[in-house]
Design a protein around this ligand. Structure first.
Ligand SMILES: C[S@@+](CC[C@H](N)C(=O)[O-])C[C@H]1O[C@@H](n2cnc3c(N)ncnc32)[C@H](O)[C@@H]1O
Length: 246
């Protein structure tokens, strides 16, 4: 248990490294990763009132924070990496309805029933399998009555079965290498992969977790969410769900 906790605290440091690398330039993939992501952003906004307050959880460089803030009353952006927050603040200088806060998704500094919606894009891959329930329960807690949660969740699954199997095989190889050869206390789904990002002049082993659709559905249900929409696209599961009433 202590070994696992020590490993996780090292991984939390590992996660920050590429994001702390200094780099001035446009967002890697533009404002939206793809059309699906853009559609979900419109949907979360359409499903909330005009006076809504939305949390952009793990907001990164603020590419979605700005788009959300153009459509709702207030947005709170939270991220662990100070460098990401500097970029996000710069991006949002043109608007005045955004507050940024430095913090961890695992220790949310918010009261219960604070947000009408939570936008959680491309960061669930940093949530270890044994921390998922606690995290999703805390998201449920900070959402108002029937508040709405969006997540994009990295997965080995793909609409094509062949691609799914290939990706699953890659995950298996990395998992086995780190678990059985490097003897790290990994849980299934976790792995480290070698990443080399030229534009930020960073390379190294980077921690990720992959989640299957079935696991995600079960987790959301157990943590008090009702799924409204879910689809698989571009190596991610996109999901919109509501805090279940009662
Ligand atoms: C791939 S980026 C996604 C950023 C943004 N949501 C987007 O879609 O562009 C992942 C972000 O998660 C943040 N992050 C990772 N672990 C975190 C944690 N424990 N608490 C808060 N933010 C975290 C990183 O700093 C990084 O900015």
């Amino acid at each position: 248990m202590a070994k696992r906790e020590r490993f996780l605290s090292k991984m939390m440091e590992n996660i920050r490294l590429p994001y702390e690398a200094k780099w001035e330039g446009p967002a890697a993939g533009g404002e939206f990763r793809n059309q699906v992501e853009e559609e979900y952003l419109h949907q979360i906004v359409d499903k909330t009132e005009t006076n809504a307050v939305i949390l952009d959880l793990a907001c990164g460089d603020g590419r979605h924070t700005l788009r959300l803030a153009e459509r709702v009353a207030e947005v709170v952006g939270l991220d662990l990496t100070r460098n990401s927050l500097v970029k996000a603040k710069k991006k949002c200088l043109v608007i005045d309805n955004v507050i940024f806060t430095h913090g961890s998704i695992f220790q949310l500094p918010f009261r219960p029933n604070t947000f009408d919606g939570i936008w959680f894009s491309e960061a669930f891959e940093y949530v270890p399998p044994d921390k998922r329930r606690t995290l999703l329960t805390s998201l449920n807690n900070v959402l108002k009555g029937t508040g709405i949660l969006y997540m994009s969740v990295e997965t080995w699954q793909n609409p094509s079965i062949i691609t799914s199997l290939k990706r699953l095989w890659t995950d298996c190889k990395l998992f086995c290498y780190w678990k059985f050869i490097r003897r790290k206390p990994l849980l299934w789904g976790e792995f480290l992969y070698y990443s080399s990002v030229k534009r930020i002049d960073w390379s190294g082993w980077h921690y990720h977790v992959h989640t299957s659709k079935k696991t995600l559905c079960n987790l959301l249900e157990e943590c008090g969410f009702t799924i409204e929409k879910m689809e698989l696209s571009d190596e991610c599961i996109y999901v919109l769900c509501r805090k279940a009433s009662g």
